[in-house]
Design a binder for this molecule. Sequence first.
Ligand code: GLA
Length: 714
Amino acid sequence: MKLKQLAFLLPFVAVTANAEDIVISTDNNALVYNVADNGRVYQKYFGKKLKNASDYASMPNGQEIYITSGMEDYYEPALHIVHADGNPSTLLTYTGHKTSTLADGAKQTVISLSDKEYSDNVDVYFIVYPEHDIIKTYTTITNGEKKPIKLEKFASSMLHFDNGDYYLTQFNGDWASEANMSETKLEYGRKQLDTKLGARANMFCSPFFQLGIDSPAKENSGDLLVGTLGWTGNFRFTFEVDHKGELRVISGINPYASSRILKKGETFSTPEFIFTLSDEGQGKASRNFHDWARDHQLYKGNDTRMTLLNNWEATYFDFDENKLVNLIGEAKELGVDMFLLDDGWFGNKYPRHSDTQGLGDWDETKNKLPNGIGALTDAAKKNGVKFGLWIEPEMVNPKSELYEKHKDWVITLPNRDEYYFRNQLVLDLSNPKVQDYVFDIVDGLKTKYPDIAFFKWDCNSPITNIYSNYEKMDQDHLYVDYVKGLYNVLDRIQAKYPDLLMMMCSGGGGRSDYEGLKYFTEFWPSDNTDPIERLYIQWGFSQIFPAKTLCAHVTTWNRSTPVKFRTNVAMMGKLGFDLKLDDMSKDEVAYCKRAIKNYNSLKPVILEGDQYRLVSPYEGEHAATMYVGKNDGDAVLFTFDIYPRYKQQITKSESTVKLNGLNPSARYAVTEIDRTDGKDSKIGEYSGEYLMQVGIPLFTLNRLNSRVFSIKKI
Ligand code: GLA
């Protein structure tokens, strides 16, 4: 991926070898480094951009850009090299910096550093998207010595803060309860957020954080850093407050069990740490990320997304061709764009009738699908819907023909009993032969069935029994090489099938990172589709990911909740259904059909617009979120009443929702749409100023009640 970027590099536009200050700035922020007299590079400033760049000259230097082990510093280093002679220290001095414009318009600055005694080089890259206030940063480390060196620590980024108080918001949980938000004040010492799960890496912790600077994070005000690592594997964020109250934030691959031998002349590229600094709290930071992701990072970021009907919760493993063809008919009846066939369609010696067997054997189970996938893509075509297919190509059940044939391709320990997570093991993607095998799964299916438009790519197990037959004496390379192997496969798939769309899934939201989203158009945030839980889960993920990436399905989880409530929660993301029509009454089916039509007309606003989170489910019994269209400024608002207490009263101010993102001087007609009676209901006409400053009473004391409003300029 980095290579691709480099290949697009336009000629360098400026080379400044002896500049004192190196200013890396977005429209609103600046990160300033200084080359000191001792030749070392220090962070001088990180904050709101100053009008006169010359003002940075009078600022004192802070901490070093990329603190190395073994020198004067007493805290966690960003880089720890053990040199060929065993010396564990590194001293980096400035050798130059270059700025250039990349093909997508981003501005790149590379600061080059070198350990002169050892000839090792470190380049620190900054790629700036000025209008989005987003900076991506990573490093490359090159062994200039005659013999191999060992990288013990190799962060992507180190940022320093000298503000007094820092409040960290983390996003953690477990299967079916992903991305819970909680905030802690950082005090002296070290706090780390990390994962050691390898694959399904984000099952317990998402790879992003928010850092309230001086005050706790707020939705619409306050200085806030939001950062994330683009790496579909083990990550680590270290927050360390020192004895002076200064904070360092070190982000990168988790160095746990991952020291790397770099051969003579070899370069290691760290993944991108992507961050934004907002002076208007979480809301603005999210919108920075959403806009940037659509324009620059997400695969097909500016294309719309398909609605779908998935069969997982409708059938689980219990289906045959007839059942599926019926469901394809139901997809058409509902009016969705695609039918997605989930787990359970493959394996013959060990048919996949449950999660205990068959993974690895990607041929259709004959007695379930006697006419193969082709019969289903044909049925989909006849019904005018697209066809998608579930695969889990990185995994193997021990009860499979693949395991019998190729135990050498499986990550498993010698001389130990195997232990299993969901009855399965992980294939060794560090091995190029295994990469070929995984590529061939997709290639084979696409060659045989070109009408497959979409894959749901699952990954249900962390890496267990950690040992690679391929890595041999370099076992510490496995975690990193696994992810590189995965990217290699995904690069090949993308190059050969550029129109193929894919959902990133990992036993729910076990994969949720921006490097993955260069290959996947969307991801599955959680297997938990209880709509109340989803309000929280989607609230968490929306802090960093735009609505079009968040797959949200209407299912029968918590089916006592009205289908409208379930649908409205899902309409705030990429809408899908995962049920049978006879799970619903006729009226409910009729409502869903209308809701899909409504969603289709609201898509440009929800998927491409600016998101404003108005009322947090974390703060009470109601929630509200709105989206404002980029083109005309028309908006859509979703409100939810969750659990009123027994005999609870609602005051006027509690029922009032103040809107955001509107033009204060424009006038808007507010209409309740998507009602169960199918009739729109006019609420009133107001100025943008009134809607934002005074607000209108939209919350009710009705239990599990949801409402959708269209807000149109008059
Ligand atoms: C994982 C996914 C589910 C479903 C099952 C199939 O749990 O998150 O959506 O695809 O696997 O086994």
